[in-house]
Ligand binder design. Structure first.
Ligand SMILES: O=C[C@H](O)COP(=O)(O)O
Length: 318
């Protein structure tokens, strides 16, 4: 994920409480629209494998467990570099397909960096993941240590209490300091949306994190009881659109946690295309944070090349 001519890095905006005050979310309409998403229109058959391959290229293949070992991380990295059987990749004409990145705890960064050998980025969850309740100075040091160890993407967690108490200035300051600690590494701000109470809070927190310079906004750690959902995704994508209108910067989106089926991946991509447009359908502006999605996509691609494909979605993408 590097800044390019058509994608200048988000440098943020000054804190402006008026932006937060102006946030409006029509929750019933958002829920209604999300509910209509599964089951409209058809993906054209000739496009299905291409869309699943696209989804693979945008996965942050993740292991975030207390019992992670170097061996497990090496296997994860091997899978990220060869995500689908070679004969299937040859059949769909994408022999060099990889996932977007691997995502690991700080302690596993050196192992992952060595294993991927520069072919794909290593993302680290830093800042006291998943609760983000370690001392603030240690959270900043953790970011610096992860970057020094070779992570080029840092997934930070926000302090949920700043959202729940409406302390938007504190959320802005905290996020801006984390962004500064990232240096050249790109920062994904995890909102832990399942703990923020309302879609309005999700929208406000999204705006603040983008104003503070986040390169991506991400739904969840995967450890909350509710992780990525379509209504939350709709809300965060609309925040990204509003932020682009205000600042000119395109910010990336990462749904994470519980996205494990190929048909769900298709739904997210359909929503992304409709809400933000084709430019977001690339790894520099979209990622799935997922540990098991790749397995289902691989099965569907296998069925596709053997003529037994049936992912069960009905969205038009191509
Ligand atoms: O950010 C990634 C998530 O922790 C992965 O969650 P998952 O194991 O439910 O796919």
């Amino acid at each position: 994920m590097t800044a390019s001519a058509d994608l200048p890095r988000n440098t943020g905006l000054h804190f402006d409480p008026a932006v937060v005050e102006a946030v409006r979310v029509n929750t019933p309409a958002t829920l209604r629209r999300a509910a209509t998403l599964p089951g409209r229109r058809s993906v054209k058959k000739e496009w299905q494998a291409a869309w699943l391959a696209r989804a693979v290229s945008m996965i942050d293949l993740t292991t975030l467990s207390g019992d992670d070992t170097p061996g497990r991380v090496r296997r994860l990295c091997a899978k990220a570099l060869h995500p689908v059987r070679a004969d299937i990749l040859d059949a769909i004409g994408l022999p060099d397909l990889t996932t977007g990145a691997v995502c690991v705890y700080h302690e596993m960064v050196p192992v992952a960096v060595e294993a991927v050998a520069g072919r794909i980025p290593v993302a680290a969850v830093s800042t006291g993941f998943p609760a983000g309740l370690t001392p603030f100075d240690l959270r900043l040091r953790e970011i610096e240590r992860s970057v020094a160890a070779g992570a080029t993407e840092i997934d930070i967690v926000i302090s949920r209490r700043h959202v729940l108490t409406g302390d938007w200035a504190a959320l802005y300051d905290e996020t801006a300091q984390m962004r500064a600690a990232c240096g050249d590494a790109h920062m994904k701000a995890i909102l832990a949306t399942g703990e923020l109470g309302t879609l309005k809070n999700v929208m406000k927190a999204s705006m603040i994190c983008m104003m503070a310079g986040s390169d991506f906004i991400k739904t969840s750690t995967g450890k909350e009881s509710v992780n990525a959902t379509l209504p939350v995704s709709l809300t965060m994508m609309r925040a990204i659109r509003a932020y682009e209108a205000a600042s000119g910067f395109k910010v990336g989106y990462k749904p994470a946690g519980g996205v494990s089926k190929a048909k769900d991946a298709i739904l997210y991509l359909a929503l992304l295309k409709e809400e933000l447009g084709d430019r977001w359908l690339r790894p520099d502006l979209f990622r799935f944070g997922a540990s098991s999605l790749l397995g289902d996509i691989e099965r569907q691609l296998e069925h596709f090349v053997t003529g037994r494909y049936s992912v069960g979605h009905r969205h038009a993408l191509g």
